[in-house]
Design a binder for this molecule. Structure first.
Ligand code: NI
Length: 171
């Protein structure tokens, strides 16, 4: 397995729309393993394929405290949603920033698991928020898009500065 590079805001590649997975072959299966490893290594609770520059509809998640409840959703689709919840979100592609975002409180998602079998998942709480956040990634959307333009701009500037410093240090 290997740790993959996570794209960071404002990288344009995070804006690509992911296509449907046609077949979960060996390469995609390895990619899913690598996504889990990358997510756990980064102390994240979710990761979308978009974030590692692979533009097909795959997300991995684990919102459990002991990191022992891995979930993989292929071609996920929200088929029902209910209520509204506001909570603080962060993102591995927007490191160091946490902001309040409004989401549906409960969602029912239909997807394929990593073996290509269809399943439905009824989620609330952290899992529901995480699913919606990760599905946004597949549509080229980030949690900063829900913030005011001023806030988003401030985050963008700070991250660009960090990226610039990092690049010059590594050249
Ligand atoms: Ni994210």
């Amino acid at each position: 397995m290997s740790i993959l590079t996570i794209l960071e805001f404002p990288d344009d590649r995070l804006r690509k729309i992911a296509t449907c997975v046609e077949v979960i072959d060996a390469a995609r299966s390895t990619l899913i393993d690598d996504m889990f490893e990358t997510m756990y290594e980064s102390n994240g609770i979710g990761l979308a394929a978009t974030q590692i520059d692979f533009h097909e509809q795959i997300i991995v998640m684990d919102v459990s405290e002991d990191k022992d409840a891995p979930f993989c959703f292929v071609n996920p689709e929200i088929i029902e949603q209910e209520g509204v919840d506001v909570s603080e979100e962060g993102c591995l592609s927007v490191p160091g920033f946490f902001e309040k975002v409004e989401r549906a409180k409960k969602v029912v998602v239909s997807a394929l698991n990593r073996d290509g079998e269809a399943f439905e998942c009824s989620a609330e709480g952290m899992l529901a928020i995480c699913i919606q956040h990760e599905m946004d990634h597949l549509n080229g959307k980030l949690f900063v898009d829900y913030l005011s333009p001023l806030k988003r701009q401030r985050i963008k500037k700070k991250l660009e500065k960090i990226h610039k410093t990092y690049r010059s240090r590594n050249n």
